[in-house]
Design a protein. Structure first.
Length: 445
């Protein structure tokens, strides 16, 4: 069977981490299986859908490193929905209903009051043609429900949740079309999944009860339902996906200097039994992607952990991966020197300023003589090899200092900072002339 997956966002807002994760899983699985990954824009709700969100969704997926093999838009497919709807109508699997929302609410209250499940009572099925003509004559337009088959339980073997079983008698026949003719999500999604040849539907577990109804819609349209994988939702550090995290879009990740690969590494593995590890390409993520590794408990998305993973990711990145984001003049050697100290690629610029200077160094009085000796040593050592070890070796011998009292005043004088990249890597970048000037400035105050 050839694998075809899809990501089906509604363009009514930006995609947040939960959606990005779903998109990523669909992509990883399709790529792992040599299948196809499609983008479907669920824009049947034309009042709430906006073109700028369609543009943003594409850009956000690209930012994460996802590509897709085709794109369809539901708003261009109303003809197909109409056709399939007519089939369901002809076979009696959709039927017109005329209740107002108030009437339905009243029925629910009565049922709940009697301790009964609030399931739609199918009263509309008892209307005669004459009743319908009368209602429509009074200007009441029908909405349409899909008639569930009550005869057999709805079952599927969910790739994440395992065997699922629903009793259709305990479910309301879902409304699939509104009185104004507009479509609700359920039916067009099934029609598209059939038409697009979707083999696996991977989405959040908030869709499980939709799936129960949709399984019968596939069957009613003469198709075999696809495989389903419903993933547990993400929660924030505080227990549930906070409003803020839910509203966090790719702009936030860009602004915080989060690497797409760090976010992908996190989202690929969060909530699974596989370790969350930094990666330099998507390959290890797609090679080990496995629905069987997904847990059923909600996964906690912790931004502090992501920041750590981001730093680890940056530490693995090659110069070629970052070159265009570095300040002019910063070469591969400089990148490698500062990389282990970075939390974000953008911070490389700070260290480049340290290399280029000027630096603002404070010198303790008791270090002045030592730094004068450092100036002398710096004049005589060989700058072509390993100047840091040459310099500290010479000073150790001439001053007897070692450890922190040897290294720290030099680091302060040369970089203006207490901490930073390995001086052995940094000093050759600073070079003889700038180093001498900084040591002299520190020695003489
Ligand atoms: N547009 C639906 C949503 O965003 C798609 C769900 C699905 O994957 O079928 O929830």
């Amino acid at each position: 069977m050839s694998v075809v997956t899809r990501f089906a966002p509604s363009p009514t807002g930006r995609v947040h981490v939960g959606n990005l994760r779903t998109a990523l899983h669909n992509w990883l699985f399709a790529r792992q299986q040599g299948g196809r990954f499609l983008l479907r824009i669920d824009d049947t709700d034309q009042a709430r859908s906006e073109e700028r969100f369609v543009t943003a969704i594409r850009a956000d997926l690209q930012w994460l490193g996802l590509d897709w093999d085709g794109e369809v838009r539901q708003s261009e497919r109303f003809g197909l929905y109409e056709e399939q709807f007519a089939k369901l109508r002809a076979t009696g699997r959709v039927y017109p209903c005329y209740e107002t929302p108030q009437e339905l609410e009243l029925k629910r209250k009565v049922q709940l009051g009697r301790g009964l499940p609030p399931v739609y009572d199918r009263a509309a099925l008892n209307l005669t043609d004459a009743d319908r003509v009368k209602l429509e004559g009074e200007g009441v337009q029908p909405h349409w429900r899909f008639k569930l088959d009550h005869d057999a339980p709805i079952v599927w073997d969910d790739l994440i949740r395992g065997p699922q079983r629903f009793d259709p008698k305990l479910m309301s026949d879902p409304v699939v079309r509104r009185a104004d003719g507009s479509w609700l999500y359920l039916l067009p999604s099934v029609i598209d999944d059939i038409d697009m040849g979707i083999s696996h539907v991977v989405r959040g577990e908030d869709h499980v009860s939709n799936t129960a109804a949709q399984v019968q819609m596939f069957q009613a349209l003469g198709a075999l339902p696809p495989a389903f994988a419903h993933e547990a939702l993400l929660t924030g550090s505080a227990g549930k996906l906070s409003k803020r995290l839910g509203a966090t879009d790719v702009d936030h990740w860009r602004e915080t200097g989060t690497e797409p690969l760090a976010l992908a590494a996190k989202l690929a593995r969060i909530g699974t039994s596989l370790p969350v590890e930094p990666v330099t390409t998507m390959t290890p993520l797609l090679e080990r992607f496995d629905f069987a590794s997904f847990g059923r408990a909600p996964a906690r998305f912790d931004e502090a952990e992501l920041a750590k993973l981001n730093a680890q990711t940056v530490h693995l990145m090659n110069y070629d991966q970052v070159a265009e984001r570095l300040p002019a003049g910063m070469d591969a050697r400089a990148w490698e020197a500062v990389r282990p100290n970075l939390e974000r690629v953008a911070d490389a610029a700070d260290w480049w300023h340290v290399v280029e200077g000027p630096v603002d160094a404070e010198t303790a009085e008791e270090d002045r003589d030592f730094l004068r000796a450092a100036v002398d040593a710096a004049r005589t050592i060989d700058w072509g090899g390993d100047p840091w070890h040459a310099l500290t070796g010479a000073l150790k011998e001439s001053t007897g200092r070692k450890g922190k009292p040897l290294f720290l005043p030099l680091r302060r004088a040369l970089t203006g900072r207490e901490h930073g990249p390995d001086m052995a890597a940094l000093l050759p970048l600073i070079g003889r002339d700038r180093a001498l000037a900084r040591l002299e400035a520190a020695a003489h105050g």
